[in-house]
Design a protein around this ligand. Structure first.
Ligand code: KG4
Ligand code: ZN
Length: 350
């Protein structure tokens, strides 16, 4: 029997990237456009929520139009419209969900409010058709967690950061080194020529029971290092060595905490042993390498998304929408955006 693929439009506006994508249920990305607001936020050294909301509003409609054109379809062909419903900056999330609701009302296609973190969490199923369950390390600018992923909407948290997220640590360290925002790619670039063994930075939480993370002590140690460097402009060699030492410390912390979570996951899932890394920090080659080596040592499979799908994008939102639509999970047009929205049901209500 001929099966018409499901075609879903995805919209992402929760932070500083405006994104629109069209994805099919046979896992083809027909269009995936990301418009970065980097230039607007750069002078402030971080994301300014009010600027972000206005910038989303200015470009979203045009971006959706272009994604639809690139996919070569009209709105009537859509099986659903998925938009990030949170967590994130509320102004941006409102812009994205309002656009999606308007299109849903006009076309009659169902609306799906997607948890941004679920978008990251399910990306490995879009790219690699990965079966549940798997262990997920979610490392982005706002989140750092280890979760057992049992199914759509079914997550068990093993641990999370007690202070900064991993991406936030990269951003703060980069600022201390005068490398600008966003810090992750800048640190990775500077670290390429640096010596990761020159500075002995702390590895917070390493060796401790459980799977929680902490990065604020590492940031303070970087600050102390930078303060102790010779006065005047930082030398390129010092910046490279601090960046490399910092990156190595983060990679060690992530691998140690993930190793703990693997032991627990193996105890709870006799037949499954697969690790997935997702989120912006998953783009970092040193982090990927250390997790891949860990997975090999522990006899776990390992999946890291292609670079274009590590950072925020709308293909992951469209795909999470497809997974939800297949289960009959849709949302009403009265859905209220959620600035906080934990993935796991046991998390403190927010
Ligand atoms: O997932 P994402 O795009 O947005 C959030 O949902 O937070 O992650 C952005 C974070 C930023 O903190 C950025 O510095 C970090 O991911 N990041 C990286 C790299 N690329 C982005 N961190 C380390 N190395 C990278 N190559
Ligand atoms: Zn994200």
């Amino acid at each position: 029997m001929y099966h018409r693929p499901m075609l879903v439009l995805g919209i992402e506006t929760s932070c500083d990237e405006t994104a629109a994508a069209v994805v099919t249920d046979d896992r083809r990305i027909r269009a995936s456009l990301v418009h970065s607001q980097l230039e607007q936020h750069a002078p402030f050294g971080g994301v300014v929520p009010e600027i972000a909301a206005r910038a989303h509003l200015a470009v979203l409609n045009g971006l959706i139009r272009r994604a639809m054109d690139q996919a070569g379809i009209g709105f009537a062909a859509l099986s659903g419209i998925a938009a990030t419903g949170g967590p994130g900056l509320i102004g941006g999330v409102m812009v994205g969900t309002m656009a999606a609701k308007g299109l849903a009302a006009a076309t009659g296609a169902p609306f799906v409010a997607v948890n941004h973190l679920e978008g990251h969490a399910l990306t490995a199923r879009l790219t690699d058709d990965l079966p549940f369950p798997y262990l997920l390390l979610l490392v982005s600018g706002g989140h750092c967690q280890l979760l057992a992923v049992h199914g759509v909407g079914r997550y068990w948290r093993y641990g999370s950061t007690v202070d900064d997220a991993a991406g936030e640590a990269f951003d703060k360290a980069a600022k201390l080194l005068g490398l600008g925002y966003p810090g992750g790619p800048a640190i990775e670039e500077a670290a390429k020529t640096g010596d990761p063994a020159r500075f002995d930075l702390p590895r917070p939480m390493v060796g401790r029971a459980g799977a929680d993370f902490s990065f604020s002590g590492l940031k303070t140690a970087v600050k102390r290092l930078v303060d102790d460097l010779p006065p005047g402009p930082l030398r390129a060699r010092d910046v490279a060595d601090v960046a490399a030492s910092f990156q190595a410390a983060v990679a060690d912390c992530l691998a140690d905490r993930t190793a703990r979570a693997m032991t627990r996951f193996r105890g709870e899932h006799a037949d499954a042993a697969h690790l997935v890394v997702a989120g912006g920090v998953a783009a970092n080659a040193a982090v990927r390498q250390s997790l891949a080596a860990l997975a090999t040592r522990e006899c776990f499979g390992f999946t890291a998304p292609p670079l274009a799908l590590c950072g925020d994008n709308a293909a992951m939102i469209a795909w999470a929408g497809i997974e939800r639509l297949k289960l009959g999970l849709t949302d009403g047009l009265d859905f209220a955006p959620r600035p906080r929205w934990p993935l796991d049901p046991d998390a403190a209500p927010a």
